[in-house]
Design a protein around this ligand. Structure first.
Ligand SMILES: NC(=O)c1ccc[n+]([C@@H]2O[C@H](COP(=O)([O-])OP(=O)(O)OC[C@H]3O[C@@H](n4cnc5c(N)ncnc54)[C@H](O)[C@@H]3O)[C@@H](O)[C@H]2O)c1
Ligand SMILES: [Zn+2]
Length: 371
């Protein structure tokens, strides 16, 4: 194996490594064998990812003499609901697991979230390993231990904080990822620069295009940088009592846009986050917190990369600011009726506030949907 890097998430006895490199799936057994206490290892994947990457994971485990069994779920957000979860629990129990069994999540954020949640409840807790295969999952959802499923009341409303034993981010897996999914994940990469690391954002302005176009070294560097930023914040604030909320930059606006479009193909989560981060910068500029040049720079970069930058970039959608405000009021982050915003004093300098005049937000939304 060449060019692999390891970082660690420091959470006391629940600490774990994130390994990042180009050929990790085909060499997975070598890395995870020490963590497999009981066989078969239970691999959970979706029917897209299985076609591309399950074979090399199975081959690797087989060559190391580790037996495994596979549960393949339908691809897509629809799997991450009560029915999908019940089906998964049944399939896991059908394999006759023991407390020492290990679940291996091979897939994007959907597979990672539902597998992590199952791991936290089956037999009151099994080990699990994340092998994220989307850029979004590699830089965000596989790290930090938030697991869960969606309910009719909203996304990710039932779940747990449950940390994996290891994360293997194989940047080579991104070669089979559709470009639109890659771009959506890129929004979360840019988020780390925008919230706390101006130098990283400048690096992305220079290298983002080549990274999207397939340069594996740059992809690896971006994944490492993003995971270290997330690991550092999670190490400080595992359960989001404070600073972890900075990771929600762009998400209050983004979730409202996703809720309006039905959390589906029309607007992917990362696309919503891209637009939401621009709104957060625009609102910050509008109320005099952040230089307008910074807001322009964020928009220019995300647009150049190929992401949507305003609600009107989503074709065939009618927007209504009152409806968007309604969704924002139902966000998980509302406290005592006040919406928490992540705003900014400039690129790399985000902060948390709930002290925002809602008429300013309304004015921002009105401008954004008229643009
Ligand atoms: N736990 C967290 O902290 C956290 C953070 C962010 C997002 N999330 C969750 O993550 C989910 C979104 O994750 P996602 O964007 O990875 O979506 P996803 O898991 O649905 O994957 C997107 C699509 O790409 C396909 N795919 C995955 N890897 C592939 C590959 N290498 N090649 C080809 N196709 C591939 C999948 O089959 C799917 O169709 C949401 O449910 C969101 O709530 C969780
Ligand atoms: Zn996100």
């Amino acid at each position: 194996m060449s060019r692999i890097e390891t970082l660690s998430v420091a959470l006391g006895e629940r600490s774990y490594d994130i390994v990042v490199g180009p050929d990790l799936i085909s060499n997975a057994a070598q890395l995870i064998a020490p963590l497999i206490d009981h066989e078969p290892a239970i691999i959970i994947t979706d029917d897209n990812v299985a076609g591309y990457h399950l074979g090399s994971l199975n081959d690797s485990l087989k060559s190391a003499g580790i037996t495994s069994t596979v549960i393949t779920l339908p691809a897509g957000e629809i799997t991450k609901g009560y029915d999908g979860f019940q089906g998964l629990l049944t399939a896991i129990l059908d394999t006759g697991p023991e407390r020492r069994s290990t679940l291996i999540a091979l897939g994007g954020g959907v597979i990672g979230d539902i597998t992590g949640f199952a791991a936290s409840v089956v037999l009151r807790g099994l080990d699990f390993i994340q092998i994220p295969t989307t850029l979004l999952a590699q830089v965000d959802s596989s790290v930090g231990g938030k697991t869960g499923i969606n309910t009719q009341h909203g996304k990710n409303l039932v779940g747990s904080f449950y940390q994996p034993r290891m994360v293997l981010a194989d940047t080579g897996a991104l070669n089979t990822l559709p470009r639109r999914e890659l771009l959506a994940g890129y929004a979360e990469v840019a988020k780390y620069g925008l919230l706390g690391d101006k130098v990283f954002f400048e690096w992305l302005e220079k290298n983002g295009k080549a990274l999207i176009d397939g340069n594996d070294t740059l992809r690896q560097q971006a994944v490492i940088k993003s995971c270290s930023a997330k690991a550092e914040i999670v190490g400080r604030d595992e359960k989001e009592a404070g600073d972890r909320a900075l990771l929600n930059l762009g998400h209050t606006f983004g979730h409202a846009l996703e809720a309006e479009t039905g959390f589906g193909e029309k607007l992917l989560h990362g696309e919503a986050v891209a637009i939401g981060m621009i709104m957060a910068f625009d609102l910050s500029a509008q109320i005099g917190l952040c230089p307008i040049e910074d807001a322009t720079r964020v928009r220019t970069h995300l647009k150049a990369i190929g992401l949507p930058v305003q609600p009107t970039d989503i074709s065939g959608q009618r927007w209504d600011s009152a409806a968007l405000l309604g969704h924002m009021g139902q966000d998980k982050k509302v406290r005592e009726g006040k919406i928490t915003f992540i705003l900014t004093r400039g690129i790399g300098d985000a902060f948390i506030t709930s002290d925002i005049d809602m008429s300013d937000v309304e004015a921002l939304l009105d401008r954004a949907i008229a643009a």
